[in-house]
Design a binder for this molecule. Structure first.
Ligand SMILES: Cc1cc2nc3c(=O)[nH]c(=O)nc-3n(C[C@H](O)[C@H](O)[C@H](O)COP(=O)(O)OP(=O)(O)OC[C@H]3O[C@@H](n4cnc5c(N)ncnc54)[C@H](O)[C@@H]3O)c2cc1C
Length: 472
């Protein structure tokens, strides 16, 4: 990898959190000229995203990261809403139609490091110790100033500027794109702890709904557990005793004897619920927390940013490598912004439900949950939604344009590439940039985008090649 910051590039990615690292890896694999900037000199530890959803793993498989990450995490069976030892509602991942029918529980730093390792293997251009200072539009792209680790400020000319620079995104803030939404007052305490738990082999991420608030407990690798609790304003980061108290009082006695051996991380946080008014503005695009932020309930934030990267990467590749018009980026905003908006509504409702403080409403909630727990339509809906497998851009369910094609229909491994899944072929072949692969279980052919989404149905290899030509 070069150690000198280039003076021009096609894509300047700002930020190497999970979204920026994923985008950079996909661009590197596609041979798109890029430079990624990140002030941190290495992946920072910290208690952030602990759950990697099946849809994320399916895309990370395409980047060559999935298997390695799975080896470093714990396979969680799903989510449970509990009152004491009773499951009010259980959302199982075990029957999901995915090669990864589990919630992978692993620290965000491990996820980032695993993607960063792959990025280094595929010669991605990541400049650590480099921070974006300012930028301005210089048609058709931008001119950015960057501070390097030597304190020297350099300029980089870029055709596209991509803000993967987190919640306080300097790219978004200096672009004038509004970040609409609100900041609920709710405060949460979080601790990653080693617990002595008698005989527990539970791999569910469990929300205990108690009269004085919610307590979440989730297994993590290396015998750790994450504990999150709603707390009153002004509460300090939890001590071992605080965690033991939460477990004793909010689990209906189930975890009353849990003993905290040590605390690896302890913090409190509030969340915001906001979406950028536009994800694309001329040569500027936003993804990840720079584009949307919401309650961590259900473990969606990092995962949504990774899916943004999957969508943005193939569009930038078509424009920069294959001559597609810039308007192809409008589809990124059209597809991903509604996903972020719906996510805010969904995670907001989950959080409101879990943190009810009125005892009568809490009792009513628990009765309703217990009543719907045996209805497969409810639990299947929640599993499809939380795992992100059911997120699509078309209308309707099943194999349709705009929906994910379940990987079981395709041979593996697949790269982030255009694939024509063909029930009538027995051997893989290529048509220009389209790889035609056997898909005996499909009723008709399906052209699948590099992010795993069906683009068109019932077309031939020639038509698929022509279709890609028409993107240009
Ligand atoms: C307590 C907590 C718990 C969470 N739990 C979950 C969970 O269970 N599941 C889940 O999916 N999500 C969870 N999240 C959310 C998740 O952590 C974020 O959604 C995720 O980190 C967003 O990734 P990102 O790449 O968009 O941004 P970030 O991870 O914030 O990365 C942005 C990067 O941009 C860099 N940057 C900033 N300014 C500049 C600049 N000027 N120049 C260059 N680079 C810059 C930063 O250094 C940073 O590395 C949680 C978050 C918190 C705080």
């Amino acid at each position: 990898m070069s150690t000198t910051l280039p003076t021009r590039t096609d894509v300047l990615v700002v930020g190497a959190g999970p979204a920026g690292l994923t985008l950079t890896t996909a661009l590197a694999l596609a041979g798109v000229d890029h430079v990624t900037l990140e002030p941190k000199t290495q992946v920072a530890p910290g208690a952030k995203a602990a759950g990697v959803q099946p849809r994320t793993l399916e895309y990370l498989d395409r980047l060559g990261v999935g298997e390695r990450l799975v080896a470093r995490g714990v396979r969680g069976a799903g989510f449970a809403l509990r009152e004491g030892d009773e499951d009010l509602l259980r959302v199982s991942y075990e029957t999901l139609d995915s090669p990864h029918p589990y919630l992978l529980l692993v620290g965000q730093d491990v996820t980032e490091q695993t993607i960063a390792d792959r990025l280094a293997e595929v010669d991605g251009t990541l400049f650590r110790g480099h921070r974006l200072l300012t930028w301005q539009r210089t048609w058709p792209g931008v001119l950015a100033t960057v501070a390097g680790p030597d304190g020297v400020v350099r300029t980089v000319e870029a055709r596209y500027l991509v803000g993967a620079d987190g919640l306080h995104s300097p790219v978004r803030e200096s672009s004038g794109i509004e970040f609409r939404g609100d900041s609920p007052a709710a405060l949460f305490a979080l601790a990653d702890v080693h617990l002595d738990l008698e005989g527990s082999a539970d791999t569910d991420t469990a929300f205990f709904l108690a009269p004085d608030g919610v307590a979440l407990i989730s297994p993590m690798p290396d015998g750790m557990h994450r504990v999150v609790a709603s707390v009153p304003p002004g509460t300090s980061p939890p001590s071992a005793t605080d965690v033991e108290k939460v477990l004793a009082t909010r689990t209906g006695g189930v975890l009353r004897s849990a003993h905290v051996r040590d605390i690896a991380a302890s913090t409190t946080y509030r969340f915001q619920q906001r979406v950028a008014a536009r994800l694309v503005d001329g040569p500027v695009a936003l993804l990840g927390d720079a584009a949307h932020t919401h309650s961590p309930a259900g473990g969606q934030g990092m995962n949504t940013g990774i899916q943004d990267a999957a969508d943005l990467a193939w569009r930038l590749t078509e424009i920069l490598r294959h001559g597609a018009p810039e308007s192809l980026l409008e589809g990124y905003d059209r597809e991903r912004r509604p996903v972020a908006e719906e996510l805010i509504a969904f995670t907001g409702q989950l959080t409101a439900l879990a943190t009810l403080t009125d005892p009568r409403l809490g009792a009513l909630r628990n009765t309703v949950l217990a009543a719907v727990r045996g209805i497969p339509a409810v639990t299947d809906f929640l599993a499809g939604r939380l795992s992100q497998l059911d997120i699509g851009y078309g209308s309707g369910d099943g194999v349709q344009a705009g929906n994910r094609l379940p990987p079981a229909a395709l041979p593996t491994p697949l790269a982030p590439e255009w694939v024509l899944a063909d029930p009538d072929t027995t051997a893989t072949r290529t048509h220009g940039r389209v790889r035609v692969v056997p898909a005996p279980t499909l009723p008709t052919t399906a052209l699948v985008r590099p992010d795993g989404v069906v683009d068109a149905l019932g077309i031939t290899g020639e038509q698929a090649e022509q279709h890609l030509g028409e993107l240009a």
